[in-house]
Each structure stands twice: as structure tokens, then as C-alpha cells.
Design a protein around this ligand. Structure first.
Ligand SMILES: [Zn+2]
Length: 141
């Protein structure tokens, strides 16, 4: 779907800033930081400030257009892929790779169906697998 339609489908106003930030996340395609996003946009449009980018990121998260990805480090990363998936996080190069495995998904759902957690409603189960890639990935941040 086009960026413009993705935003308007959420019933929020389509602004050039929102379009640029969402487009950047989809183009960068590897869990970029706000800084990565800002650098990408600044290449095309010098008039966007970091405050605007942070504000737009919050709006996009609130409206389920992107997801926040928490990592070992204190830097927030953003994900444009909304379907449930897991992450492989490389400790030495900071690279985050998506990991999909139906068997794991089924295992998790079955486990928590059998082992309900008191006073807690599960919305989403995302596994973050931390380790090191043996053959390194290209780092672009
Ligand atoms: Zn991801």
C-alpha cells in the first residue's frame, strides 16, 4: 500500500512530515534509529528538525503504523513490519534481523494458553534472540 494510504487509513492527517518519516523507515528497512531516519530525510529535505522527527515517530507508534524495538543498548529502534515476528540481535554489530518461525509461534501460543499469567492479558509475544552473527552483516549505521 502507498505511504499516503497507510496513514489516511488510520484516520489521521496525512502531512509531508509523517509521509517522509514513514517512507524513511520502510526504505531503510533495518530497524533504524531516530538518528538514521533523520539523516535519511535530511539528505532530501534540509528543513526537518529532530524534534519534528521524534514527534512524528511517537504519532506513528501511537497509531500502529510502526513499532518500537527495544535493544540491549538504550537506543530506540523502529520497525515498519507490523506482522508479528521475532528478532535476532547481534551484540557485536548491532544488526537486527527479522526471524520468522511458525513452529516457535505455535509453541509460544500453546505455552501461554496452558500457563496463564495472573492479572495479565497478553497482546503480543515477541522473542528477542541475542547473540553474534558468525558471518557479519553490512552495518549501515
Ligand atoms: Zn523487525
Amino acid at each position: 500500500m502507498e505511504i499516503r494510504n497507510l496513514i489516511s487509513a488510520k484516520g489521521i492527517k496525512v502531512t509531508p512530515q509523517r509521509m517522509r518519516v514513514l517512507e524513511a523507515i520502510h526504505k531503510l528497512n533495518n530497524h533504524p534509529t531516530a538518528e538514521n531516519i533523520l539523516a535519511y530525510i535530511k539528505k532530501k529535505d534540509l528543513n526537518i528538525g529532530s524534534g519534528t522527527v521524534y514527534k512524528v515517530l511517537e504519532t506513528l507508534v501511537e497509531n500502529n503504523l510502526i513499532k518500537k524495538v527495544k535493544t540491549e543498548k538504550d537506543v530506540m529502534r523502529y520497525d515498519g513490519i507490523l506482522e508479528n515476528h521475532h528478532h535476532l540481535y547481534c551484540l557485536s554489530c548491532d544488526y537486527i534481523e527479522d526471524y520468522n518461525n511458525e513452529k516457535l509461534d505455535k509453541l509460544l501460543v500453546d505455552f501461554f494458553n496452558e500457563n496463564k499469567i495472573d492479572n495479565f492479558l497478553i497482546e503480543d509475544i515477541t522473542v528477542s534472540i541475542t547473540g553474534n552473527f558468525i558471518k557479519h552483516k553490512n552495518i549501515n549505521h
